[in-house]
Design a protein around this ligand. Structure first.
Ligand code: SF4
Ligand code: SF4
Length: 178
């Protein structure tokens, strides 16, 4: 191993002595230009429905999701953001963007911290958390409403997975008994 290393160094020295130039490969170009330091990650309170995809992909842990009994809170800690843009690509609602923000230096750190509280949805039968209310409305609006499914046929939508299964098997049994 040592011998091989020595041979390659001797070869390089020999080429240099002969006057040929040694060139290293050029560094790769950045794919995205770096954002201005006067920009910061912004989240749209209106669009975000609390799916958590952004928190999962964020390599700097600048986005976090915490739940209490009533709310899911999405928090962005702007000071931790490294401007990679992965969260923007991951968000299904285009709720994240790099926008003009305050300069990062300030007397308080309030502007470096954005919290968004989203109401949780619970199963109407067993009260298990099923997601957020916004995500439930999104499913109704984007999937069932365009297909013309009437709301009265969606009574099961407010149930958790286990209660949904029970609801459907009961309904099937009743239909078969008729
Ligand atoms: S841009 Fe990158 S570092 Fe900043 S919040 Fe999004 S995923 Fe995290
Ligand atoms: S990915 Fe988008 S919709 Fe989901 S929690 Fe993040 S900002 Fe909200």
């Amino acid at each position: 191993m040592f011998k091989l290393h020595l041979i390659s160094e001797l070869k390089e020295a020999f080429i240099a002595l002969k006057g040929k130039t040694l060139t290293l490969p050029k560094p790769r170009k950045a794919t995205h230009p770096l954002p201005s330091p006067q920009q910061k990650m912004l989240i749209s309170d209106k669009k975000c429905f609390g799916c958590g995809a952004c928190a999962t992909v964020c390599p700097a842990r600048a986005i976090s999701l915490v739940e209490n009994k009533k709310h899911r809170t999405v928090t962005i800690t702007v000071a931790n953001c490294i401007y990679c843009g992965l969260c923007i690509d991951a968000c299904p609602e285009d709720a994240l963007s790099l926008g003009a923000g305050d300069e990062l230096s300030a007397l308080t750190k309030d502007h470096l911290h954005h919290e968004l509280k989203i109401k949780l949805a619970r199963c109407e039968h067993c009260r298990t958390i099923t997601g957020t209310q916004k995500s439930l409305h999104k499913v109704i609006k984007d999937i069932y409403a365009p297909r013309g499914v009437p709301t009265k046929e969606l009574e099961w939508i407010h149930l958790c997975a286990a209660c949904k299964r029970e609801f459907h098997s009961l309904r099937l049994t009743r239909q078969m008994a008729k």
